[in-house]
Write a protein that binds this ligand. Structure first.
Ligand SMILES: [Zn+2]
Ligand SMILES: [Zn+2]
Length: 354
């Protein structure tokens, strides 16, 4: 009997040693870093779908139009995901929420986050019904609430108000953080929402910005862009889309800031990876690889993104405002920040409303 027990112990020890050996030195090193996050900006044409991944836990923000539901679901399954911890529907528009029902029907989903609206479209109603029937925990997005996944977390930054004219205003804005690296993902939030977040005094600084509303000129205002001060920007839009996204004003502001930006129209699916200390982007097809940004490095040090004042009229403008471009050189003055312009006695232009 004693011999059997000795043998059993030997077998148990052998099993334990073998399983320890299965952890490769590379995996052990990865585990030691203590934080990794990848954001996948999945190419869903003219729409949004962002999958965040950290240590085997997943957060899905939107899933494009209905027809892209299968694309997003396959993408998630190909990564080996068995479940998604949080699904965020930024707002009810079809280019964001359309594919979500297919996804939650195809992969186990634990929580569903959105901001309450009065939308009663059949897509939205069916989505909410599926959330209920699948017993997915429904969470009403509340600014300031933080949720963790893997070794990362995200905080709800918007919407600030509970009533807006259009559904874009209700966009759930999240800031995802892994170690010293952060990403600000804004759905279709527009300039009104950006100004609300600025006025609320939120810490909007981030190393990556997913520009609001597919790079439309009604998002990514100068003040907001200066506050975020991203090292990289991503714009989600379809090739030759009917809206002309991204608009030239958004591109011009990013160029003035000196911030490299990448669109899914140009590169297809884009991934942004961080170990919590550095951040770099690449496209799935290998055609694009960004520089590596290291946390704490000064960003956009050669920025020329400033407001334009008219010394004669004492109005100040957004740098992309047509009126600003026609100011004569002797009357034109560059003013670094919005606050400085006000302090110097300039009034905001009524047309561009900087
Ligand atoms: Zn929208
Ligand atoms: Zn949209």
């Amino acid at each position: 009997m004693k011999r059997y027990i000795t043998m059993l112990i030997a077998v148990i020890i052998a099993v334990i040693l073998t399983s320890c050996a299965l952890v490769s030195p590379k995996e052990a090193a990865r585990a030691k870093i203590g934080g990794e996050m990848t954001a996948h900006f999945i190419d869903v044409g003219q729409g949004d779908s962002i999958l965040l991944e950290s240590k085997g836990e997943y957060v899905l923000i939107d899933a494009g139009e209905f027809d892209y539901g299968e694309t997003v679901l396959s993408y998630i399954k190909d990564l080996g995901a068995k479940s998604v911890k949080y699904v965020i529907a930024t707002h009810p528009h079809l280019d964001h929420a359309g594919g979500l029902r297919t996804v939650i029907n195809g992969v186990r989903t634990e929580n569903f986050i959105t901001a309450e609206t009065d939308s009663d479209t059949s897509t939205w109603t069916k989505l909410l019904k599926a959330v209920d029937e699948l017993n997915i925990n429904y969470i009403d997005a509340k600014v300031g609430d933080t949720y963790s996944f893997g070794s990362s977390e995200f905080t709800i930054m918007g919407p600030i108000s509970d009533s807006y004219d259009g559904y874009n205003g209700y966009s759930v804005v999240v800031k995802a953080v892994c170690g010293d690296i952060s990403m600000l993902l804004t759905g279709d939030a527009e300039i009104l929402n950006e100004k609300e977040m600025l006025d609320a005094g939120e810490d909007l600084s981030a190393d990556l910005l997913k520009c609001g509303h597919h790079g439309s000129s009604n998002a990514t205002c100068t003040r907001f862009l200066q506050a975020v001060d991203p090292a990289f920007a991503v714009i989600t839009c379809g090739k030759s889309n009917e809206y002309g996204h991204p608009h030239k004003q958004t591109k011009e502001k990013l160029e003035l800031l000196g911030c490299p930006y990448y669109t899914t129209a140009d590169y297809g699916t884009i991934t942004a990876s961080t170990d919590g200390k550095s951040l770099s982007l690449s496209s799935s097809d290998g055609s694009m690889r960004s520089d590596v940004y290291k946390a704490g490095e000064p960003k956009n040090t050669d920025s020329r993104l400033s407001f334009i004042g008219n010394k004669s009229s004492l109005y100040f403008h957004d740098p992309t405002c047509d009126t600003a471009k026609s100011i004569s050189p002797e009357n034109k003055i560059e003013i670094d920040t919005y606050e400085q312009a006000l302090k110097s006695g300039y009034k905001p232009c009524r047309a561009c409303d900087p």
